[in-house]
Design a binder for this molecule. Structure first.
Ligand code: DAH
Length: 338
């Protein structure tokens, strides 16, 4: 005859086998193995047994408890497996995956990288300066007199502490010369700010590429040749370049640079792309004053400088009709340059 514990075990095993879900299984577990479950309560009954019965029943109780526990674990694992394979069965692994959106460089950044690449081949190193500047770097050191219209509050964004948003990247010329003696050949690319009326060709924030080359015997011929080379590399070999006399306080002589190319959409039209000139001796003297030496002796050194309109270059290169598109973040526009 079976011991009552063995009967309990067989009963429990049948119930575990016929449990149809995890919840039913849990109910069965509590019924037999819970704190006041029918197998567990045998632990209490042990105390009432005769001394010689105790080890026999104790051993049996352990075996029964282990057998029922193992059966519950096995059944539980079955349920989990069924659930997982059921979920997997609903996945169609032949469906194409979800594509990740890959970003791309902004057209102005692309323009910057193209320009830097060409200038690097020409031996220029990269220099930089802050967007928030002092009047010294933006005007005084660049030989711009106190009454010059560019300094006007109508043209320049001033901060309450007297500093300003740089109106051109020419500030970096001064910073570069202050930090290193000649010879020097640097470019700087970045934002500039003016209180312009915003329209298709003017923006309060725009971008420039500044160039500065100081050495012995640098001439206007170097300036023209180098800029022509750069512009033909950028726009194609049939590009025509024209230099027209102009005035900038920090260069003498000063020139404006125009391009025209049949390869470009704007064809026959001359388009202004830069200001340039030979570094004014007064600029060298201002730098010497700030450095406290005579490193940039205008008798010994000469140099050229230029400021290219980066937005303008990008608009020509990519045939973009409106400068405001650069800042609007319209994905329909930006995706065309991906
Ligand atoms: N800074 C001038 C501007 O923003 C452009 C320019 C002209 C830069 C002549 C130069 C230069 O370096 O030599 O209008």
């Amino acid at each position: 005859m079976l011991h009552p514990l063995e009967q309990l075990r067989d009963e429990a095993l049948r119930e575990i086998e016929s449990a149809t879900d995890e919840q039913a299984l849990e109910t069965t577990r509590v019924k037999y193995l819970g704190r006041s479950g029918s197998i567990s309560s045998w632990g209490e009954q042990m105390k009432t047994l005769a001394k010689d019965e105790k080890p026999v029943v104790g051993k049996l109780l352990n075996e029964v408890r282990n057998a029922v526990t193992a059966a519950i674990e096995t059944r539980d694992a079955q349920f989990r497996l069924e659930k997982e394979s059921g979920a997997l069965a609903r996945i169609d692994i032949s469906l194409p995956g979800t594509p990740h959106e890959i970003g791309s460089l902004h057209p102005l950044q692309q323009m910057h990288e193209r320009a830097i690449k060409i200038f690097r081949r020409m031996g220029f190193a990269l220099a930089e300066g802050p967007d928030v500047e002092t009047e010294w770097y933006c005007f005084d050191a660049l030989n711009t007199p106190p009454d010059h219209p560019a300094r006007n509050e109508q043209d320049t964004f001033y901060l309450s502490d007297g500093r300003l948003l740089r109106t051109h990247t020419s500030t970096v010329q001064i910073r570069a010369m202050e930090s290193a003696p000649p010879p020097l050949r640097v470019i700087a690319s970045g934002a500039a700010y003016r209180r312009d009326e915003v329209d298709a060709t003017h923006s309060a924030q725009f971008h420039q590429i500044e160039g500065l080359y100081v050495d012995e015997n640098v001439s206007v011929a170097d300036l023209k040749g180098d800029l022509e080379f750069f512009l033909r590399e950028l726009f194609g070999s049939e590009t025509e370049v024209q230099f027209r006399p102009h005035y900038f306080p920090f260069t003498e002589p000063s020139l404006e640079v125009y391009v025209r190319s049949k390869a470009l959409k704007r064809g026959e039209q001359w388009i202004e792309v830069a200001g340039c000139g030979m570094v004014h001796p007064a600029v060298f003297e201002a730098v010497n004053k700030a450095r406290g030496d005579k490193a940039y002796d205008p008798e010994k050194w000469s140099g050229y400088a230029f400021g290219l309109g980066m937005d303008r270059l990008a608009m020509i290169l990519f045939d973009i009709p409106d400068i405001r598109l650069f800042a609007e973040n319209d994905l329909r526009f930006l995706r065309q340059f991906a």
